[in-house]
Design a protein around this ligand. Structure first.
Ligand code: GLC
Length: 562
C-alpha cells in the first residue's frame, strides 16, 4: 500500500463559532484559534479542519456562503486568517478548509444576479424550473423542512434548495460554475492551505430529469436522496482533480451520505483521480432509520461492529477510510455509545482510532464533552432541529414530547456548545455572553483540569494518538489489515491489526457490565505471540494478554506481538 502523509495524519475539526472567543463578543474567532495552537499541537493532531469561516449570513452557521474570498467579520479578517495559517505551519500543523460548493447563500452575488431576471447572465448558475400544474416541480423536501423548491415572485419560477431556502443549489452542469469553483479553490490553495473537506460533495451532479420520488416522512421525498451520486459526479470530480487538486500536495475528504463501500471506491479509489477519502454515514445512521434521523432507537453494537468491519475490509488496499464518530453534525459519541463518563470516552476512542483510516476528532471530544441537557424547543439554535420539530409536529406525525427526546439525543446543537477550557465563567470560552450556553458540567470536564490529571480523557487521547503517529507501532496501526473478532458479542468491540509479522489486538468493553472473553477463534501462533504481553495502551488495570480474560466495564486495551 502506498504510504502518504494524509494516511498518517490525525485531523481535528474546529467549529470556530464555539472554539475560543478572543474579543469577548460571545462568538469564537480566528485569533481565538491561533491562541490555542499550542494546545492542539500538544494533543498530537497534525491537521486542523476549519468549519466554514467565510462571509455568511449564518442561516446554517457558515454553510451558506455569501463570499468565498472573504472572512466572516465575526470571525476576524483575512489578516487574522493569514496569521493563523502561518502560526499553524510554524508548528507543523496543516490547515484544511471546508469547501461548500453544492450551494451558496441566497445573498451571494451570483444568486442575486441570477434571480434578478430570467435573462441574467448568471441565471443558469442555479437550478430554476417552471411550476408544474401550478405547484412545485417535484415533491422533493429540503433537509431542514418544507419543500426543496422556493417560488420567486419576481421571475415566476422556482429554484432548488436541498437545504434551507437561503442555500440555493448551484448548477454544476454549467461549465462556468465549475470554473468559478476551481478558481476559488486555487485562491485558497495559493495561500498555502493544505486541503479541503468537501461539503455534501456527492450531491453536486443533479439528475437529467426531475421526477417525484417516494414520500419519506410526511408529504415530501428527501431531495438529498434524489440528487445523491448523480450522473456526472465522477466526471466533475475527475475534472476538479485534473484542474486543481492534482497540482497541489493536499488532502481531500468528501462528505458523502448515501454512499456504500463500492461507491467509496469510485470516489476515493487509489487510482481514480478523484478524492483521497470520504466521510460515510452508515455507522452514524444505525440508531435512526434510513428516511428518518429522528426515529430514535438504541445503537445495536453488534450491527455497528459489523458495519465498521465491512468498511475496513472492503476499502483495505483499494481506497482509504476516514474514521469518526463526532463532528459538528453529530451528537456527542460519549453520550450516544457511552454513559457520559471519562472511562467510556476513553473506551470509545480506543475502539475507533486503532482501526485503519485517518482519524477525525471533533473539538471537545478529547475532553469527554457530552451532550447538553436540552429541554424545550426554544433551547435550540440549529436550523435542522427547529425545522424538524416544526414539520413533524405541525403535520401531526410526531408527539411533541417524544420528538423532543429524540431531538435532545440527536441534535447537532449537542456538538456546538462552547469548548470547555477551564473552570472560570463560561468555561473560559468567552468573557462576554456565549452565543450558546456552556454545558453545566464544565467545572468537571475542562481542558485545564484535565491537563493536570494524568488519568484524564485528555491525557489518554495524547497517548492514543501518539501510538499512531510516533510509536514503533505506527506503521502497523496505520497500514495493517483489520479482522473483526467476537463478531456477535453485543458489548465487546475487538479486532486484530496485522502487518507481516506483527499483530495488534484491540479489545474494548463498551458496556457497564464486566465481560468474560475467549479469543479461541484466533490462530494459535497469534495467541502464543500475544500471551503475557503487557498492553501498549489501556484505561484499565494493565492486565497481560490471555486467551481467556475478563474486561471490566468500559475497559479498553491494545496488546502488540512481534
Ligand atoms: C453538511 C454540513 C452541515 C450543513 C449541510 C449543508 O452536511 O456538515 O453542517 O448543514 O452540509 O451545507
Amino acid at each position: 500500500m502506498k504510504k502518504t502523509w494524509w494516511k498518517e495524519s490525525i485531523v481535528y475539526e474546529i467549529y470556530p463559532r464555539s472554539f475560543n472567543d478572543s474579543d469577548n463578543d460571545g462568538v469564537g474567532d480566528l485569533r481565538g484559534i491561533t491562541e490555542k495552537l499550542d494546545y492542539l499541537k500538544s494533543l498530537g493532531v497534525n491537521v486542523l479542519w476549519l468549519a466554514p469561516v467565510y462571509a455568511s449570513p449564518n442561516d446554517d452557521n457558515g454553510y451558506d456562503i455569501s463570499d468565498y474570498r472573504a472572512i466572516m467579520p465575526e470571525f476576524g479578517t483575512m489578516a487574522d486568517f493569514d496569521c493563523l495559517l502561518s502560526e499553524a505551519h510554524k508548528r507543523s500543523l496543516k490547515v484544511m478548509m471546508d469547501l461548500v460548493v453544492n450551494h451558496t447563500s441566497d445573498e451571494h452575488a451570483w444568486f442575486q444576479e441570477s434571480r434578478s431576471s430570467r435573462d441574467s447572465l448568471k441565471r443558469d448558475y442555479y437550478i430554476w424550473r417552471d411550476p408544474v400544474d401550478g405547484h412545485a416541480p417535484t415533491n422533493w423536501g429540503s433537509a431542514f423542512g418544507g419543500s426543496a423548491w422556493e417560488w420567486d415572485e419576481k421571475t415566476e419560477q422556482y429554484y432548488l434548495h436541498c437545504f434551507s431556502k437561503k442555500q440555493p443549489d448551484l448548477n454544476w452542469d454549467n461549465p462556468k460554475v465549475r470554473e468559478e469553483v476551481y478558481s476559488l479553490m486555487r485562491f485558497w490553495l495559493d495561500k498555502g492551505i493544505d486541503g479541503f473537506r468537501m461539503d455534501v460533495i456527492n450531491m453536486i451532479s443533479k439528475p437529467g430529469t426531475f421526477t417525484d420520488g417516494p414520500a419519506g416522512t410526511g408529504q415530501y421525498c428527501d431531495a438529498g436522496y434524489m440528487v445523491t451520486n448523480g450522473p456526472q459526479l465522477h466526471a466533475y470530480l475527475q475534472e476538479m482533480n485534473r484542474e486543481v487538486l492534482s497540482r497541489y500536495d493536499i488532502m481531500t475528504v468528501g462528505e458523502c451520505g448515501g454512499t456504500d463501500p463500492e461507491g467509496a471506491r469510485l470516489i476515493a479509489g487509489t487510482d481514480r483521480g478523484e478524492l483521497n477519502m470520504i466521510f460515510q454515514f452508515e455507522h452514524v445512521n444505525l440508531d435512526g432509520n434510513e428516511t428518518d434521523k429522528w426515529a430514535h432507537k438504541p445503537m445495536d453494537l453488534a450491527l455497528l461492529k459489523k458495519n465498521l468491519a465491512r468498511w475496513q475490509e472492503e476499502l483495505h488496499g483499494t481506497a482509504w477510510n476516514s474514521i469518526y464518530f463526532n463532528n459538528h453534525d453529530q451528537p456527542r459519541a460519549v453520550s450516544r455509545l457511552g454513559d457520559n463518563t471519562p472511562q467510556s470516552a476513553k473506551a470509545i476512542a480506543t475502539a475507533l482510532y486503532l482501526m485503519e483510516g485517518t482519524p477525525y476528532l471533533y473539538q471537545g471530544e478529547e475532553l469527554g464533552m457530552t451532550n447538553y441537557p436540552f429541554r424545550g424547543i426554544g433551547d435550540y439554535h440549529d436550523i435542522e432541529s427547529i425545522g424538524a420539530y416544526r414539520q413533524l409536529t405541525e403535520s401531526g406525525l410526531r408527539e411533541p414530547e417524544e420528538l423532543l427526546d429524540a431531538i435532545a439525543y440527536k441534535s447537532r446543537d449537542n456538538a456546538r456548545t462552547p469548548m470547555q477550557w477551564d473552570k472560570t465563567a463560561n468555561a473560559g470560552f468567552t468573557g462576554g455572553t456565549p452565543w450558546m450556553p456552556v454545558n453545566p458540567n464544565y467545572p468537571a470536564v475542562n481542558a485545564a483540569s484535565e491537563e493536570a490529571d494524568p488519568d484524564s480523557v485528555l491525557n489518554y487521547y495524547r497517548k492514543l494518538l501518539r501510538l499512531r503517529t510516533v510509536s514503533p507501532y505506527k506503521d502497523l496501526l496505520v497500514y495493517g489489515s483489520f479482522r473483526l473478532l467476537l463478531a456477535d458479542d453485543p458489548a465487546v468491540f475487538a479486532y486484530l491489526r496485522t502487518d507481516g509479522d506483527r499483530t495488534a489486538l484491540v479489545a474494548v468493553n463498551l458496556s457497564r457490565e464486566a465481560r468474560e472473553l475467549s479469543f479461541s477463534e484466533i490462530p494459535e501462533e497469534i495467541i502464543n505471540g500475544l500471551s503475557g504481553a503487557q498492553p501498549v495502551l489501556t484505561n484499565g488495570g494493565g492486565q497481560g494478554f490471555a486467551e481467556r480474560m475478563t474486561l471490566a466495564p468500559w475497559e479498553a486495551a491494545c496488546w502488540i506481538a512481534g
